[in-house]
Write a protein that binds this ligand. Structure first.
Ligand SMILES: Cc1cc2nc3c(=O)[nH]c(=O)nc-3n(C[C@H](O)[C@H](O)[C@H](O)COP(=O)(O)OP(=O)(O)OC[C@H]3O[C@@H](n4cnc5c(N)ncnc54)[C@H](O)[C@@H]3O)c2cc1C
Length: 357
């Protein structure tokens, strides 16, 4: 294959990370052929619990304080993603992204959070961040705040991203791989041609990374529509939250965070507990459990990685590079564009190194 032919890049995964990355590669490497290969896509009729993107809330809730390098990096990715999402919400109202107030009440706040001041950047530029006064907090809460956040109607948004990718000449192969390196071989037998770079957005890296864990999440989608996203951290470490789905998609009532719990079906007792907790915590939404119009239970496995998102280059042979982008945990949507931009830089670096061979 002559060096001048346009490179083909294969992205494993059609979750939020793979779709955002493939879209960005398409935009910035306009001569490259970009193919997504994924076991499941937003069109898969009954997505599995392992396809985390189909089960997310999804809202943006920044994590403070920024006590580790990982959290600082995630903060930067979150702020950058919020900036891109603002543009999307403004330009494409049918994308399923909508800005709305975000509210937080913490019963057990970390000490460092009291260093944050009104007007500091909490979620992004012009986020209207303000700390709530003690008398504005519900009983038991020791710290609270309000800012501009956004929520994503996940099925509309993922289909919208996929539609743009296809309309711009991208290709999607539905196929289950047994590991990331096999993507090079798959490309050999396919009309994809010479593939110098495979981007691994498989969520959990085929369960081959000892740092990977799953965090089970169970939530309930109800038909009633709330107008802001609100989160309460309870003293026992559990969470209550409401995430409205834009474009009248109802509201997510959540939710659990169960490390290493592989139960794939919804537990009825968890649904009952979440709805009861919601009535007690957010009585201005729905004031009795009987009044909820339940649409469905959601169960998904968050792909959490100890030490954070793995975004890095791995050389797998002469002229062949794997760029990893997996392990987003519970933050795949809110970090998506920041992560995709870092992955893009690594893909460019890999292509430049290959050109020097
Ligand atoms: C209940 C719940 C609530 C959440 N709420 C939020 C929220 O409010 N905000 C937020 O930002 N995030 C939230 N998340 C987290 C978010 O869903 C994940 O971080 C995100 O979906 C991870 O996306 P991903 O693209 O990396 O992985 P995934 O969505 O898991 O996608 C992986 C892709 O790789 C493909 N793949 C995997 N294995 C193979 C294989 N062997 N061969 C071929 N293809 C393969 C899959 O088919 C899929 O296309 C929540 C998650 C859950 C479960």
């Amino acid at each position: 294959m002559p060096q001048t032919s346009p490179p083909s890049i294969l992205v494993i995964g059609a979750g939020i990370t793979g779709l955002s990355t493939a879209t960005l590669l398409q935009k910035h490497l306009s001569t490259a052929n970009i193919t997504i290969v994924a076991a499941e896509t937003p069109n898969t009729p009954s997505p599995s619990v392992d396809y985390a993107s189909m089960w997310a809330g999804a809202h943006y809730r920044p994590i403070h304080p920024l006590s580790t390098e990982q959290l600082k990096e995630e903060f930067r990715m979150g702020v950058r993603t919020a900036e891109v999402m603002k543009g999307i919400a403004r330009e494409f109202p049918d994308s399923g992204v909508e800005f709305m107030p975000g509210v937080e009440y913490l019963e057990n706040p970390p000490e460092e959070i009291f260093k944050i001041r009104n007007g500091d950047v909490y979620a992004g530029a012009n986020d209207e961040f303000r700390i709530l006064s003690q008398d504005a907090l519900p009983q038991g809460a020791k710290w609270g705040c309000e800012y501009q956040s956004y929520c994503v109607n996940i099925s509309i948004y993922c289909r919208w991203l996929m539609g743009r990718f296809l309309a711009n000449g991208g290709r999607i192969l539905q196929h289950r791989l047994s590991n990331a390196v096999d993507a090079f071989t798959l490309a050999d037998g396919d009309r994809t041609g010479d593939v110098p770079v495979v981007v691994n957005c498989s969520g959990r890296n085929f369960d081959r990374d000892p740092k990977m864990k799953i965090i089970r999440g169970q939530t309930v989608l109800v038909r009633q529509q709330y107008t802001k996203t609100i989160t309460r951290q309870n003293a026992d470490g559990s969470w209550a939250f409401l995430i409205p789905r834009p474009r009248r998609g109802g509201t997510i009532v959540g939710g659990t965070k169960e490390v290493d719990d592989w139960e794939a079906t919804a537990r009825p007792e968890t649904r009952a507990k979440l709805l009861q907790q919601c009535v007690e915590t957010f009585p201005d939404f729905v004031d009795s459990v009987e009044k909820f119009e339940v649409v469905q239970d959601n169960v998904g496995r968050r792909p959490w990685r100890e030490g954070g998102y793995r975004i890095e280059i791995e050389s797998v042979g002469p002229g062949r590079t794997l760029v990893h982008g997996y392990g987003a945990g519970g933050r795949g949507y809110e970090l998506s564009w920041g992560a995709a931009e870092r992955i893009l830089e690594l893909v460019k670096e890999s292509l430049a190194a290959r050109a020097r061979l």
